[in-house]
Ligand binder design. Structure first.
Ligand code: SF4
Length: 333
């Protein structure tokens, strides 16, 4: 075996993180963990994985749940398209009759890209597919001194080919998980533990003083800012909400009355109470800035399109984005 790969496997055996989905070969449990961890830290993701496994112990249970139930359980994790895809993929699997056991088959599930397919395939079925994520880019770029900017198509090809060559075909799952953990625990983005690193003797970045410069990053996409007002309507114990449609963030979640800030004519403004201004919420390529208001009209207002009245006491039953939760926490009484 290639010495690099052997070292990673040994390191993983001694230092790998003990996580509940690592004690099973059940592809459903492993798939669920991979989808949850796509954009979530392990500490937070583990609690959600446990909740999902308790509520939906197998793929049939998940497939027969309603989308609202799945979104509610997902609430707080963000990137809700993952939850919708998870639900759709559960139905795909039930239709197939069994969890697909080839990389191509797994890749066809909704919400599964190359990385996730390789992770599930190697861990659950021992398929020889190498994962390439941020951790893997960093470890490989440093150890082998690769200066190709990550994020480019050329880098994807170069790093994937190298990872494939390094992959021990008899233990692909352990190697992939070892690489992820090694990147997360040992060869970290800032202050990697080079002094105690079992790869120190062969590490190009360490030998050439480039640890802080590798991996080379491409310039990121500019982050846009979007401003809006979030308005909680309160009229005789009821409030108004709307389910968000497709094609934008938070699809399928419920929101209060929303308006883009702009010049006002003053009509109706007297019933509005500003609760909090400039509440910031960060998404991948967007910063949201919201002002929170409480609106207590004297007479029943006409609702904007798509809104329905619900009892305030029933709000708990609806899946909401984090910002809406914050608005509810800002309400008086
Ligand atoms: S020596 Fe440092 S930079 Fe090189 S692989 Fe080890 S932790 Fe990473």
């Amino acid at each position: 075996m290639i010495p690099f790969s052997e070292t990673i496997l040994e390191w993983y055996a001694a230092n790998g993180r003990d996580l509940p989905w690592r004690h099973t070969r059940d592809p459903y449990a492993i798939w669920l963990s991979e989808i949850i961890l796509q954009q979530t830290r392990i500490a937070q993701g583990q609690a959600y994985w446990e909740r999902f496994m308790a509520a939906f112990p197998n793929v049939k249970a998940l497939a027969s749940a309603s989308e609202d139930e799945v979104l509610r359980l997902w609430q707080g994790l963000g990137y809700y398209s993952r939850a919708r895809n998870l639900h759709a993929a559960a139905r795909q699997i039930v239709e197939l009759g069994a969890f697909p056991d080839t990389i191509e088959g797994i890749r066809r599930l909704k919400g599964v890209g190359d990385y996730t397919a390789a992770a599930i395939g190697s861990i659950a079925f021992g398929l020889p597919a190498a994962v390439v994520d941020g951790n893997v880019y960093r470890v490989l770029a440093r150890h082998f001194g690769i200066v190709t900017p990550v994020g480019s198509t050329a880098a994807k090809k170069e790093f994937s080919e190298l990872a494939r060559k390094l992959l021990p075909t008899d233990r692909p799952g352990d190697f992939n998980q070892g690489m992820m953990d090694f990147g997360a625990v040992q060869c970290t983005p800032v202050s990697p533990a080079c002094l105690l690193c079992p790869l120190a003797d062969s590490c190009t970045a360490l030998a050439t003083g480039q640890v802080d410069r590798l991996p080379v990053k491409e310039k990121g996409t500019a982050v846009q800012t979007r401003r809006f007002d979030y308005i909680y309507l309160r009229f005789r114990g009821r409030t108004a909400i709307r389910r968000r449609g497709p094609g934008d963030i938070w699809q399928g979640l419920y929101e209060p009355v929303v308006r883009e800030p702009g010049p006002r004519d003053g009509a109706g403004e007297k019933d509005l109470l500003l609760l909090r201004a400039g509440v910031k919420h960060q998404l991948t390529h967007r910063t949201l800035l919201a002002d929170f208001y409480l609106w207590t009209p004297q007479e029943e207002p006409d609702l904007p399109e798509g809104y329905v009245w619900i009892e305030e006491a029933e709000l708990d039953r609806y899946a909401k984005p984090r910002l809406f939760e914050l608005l509810l926490e800002s309400l008086p009484g």
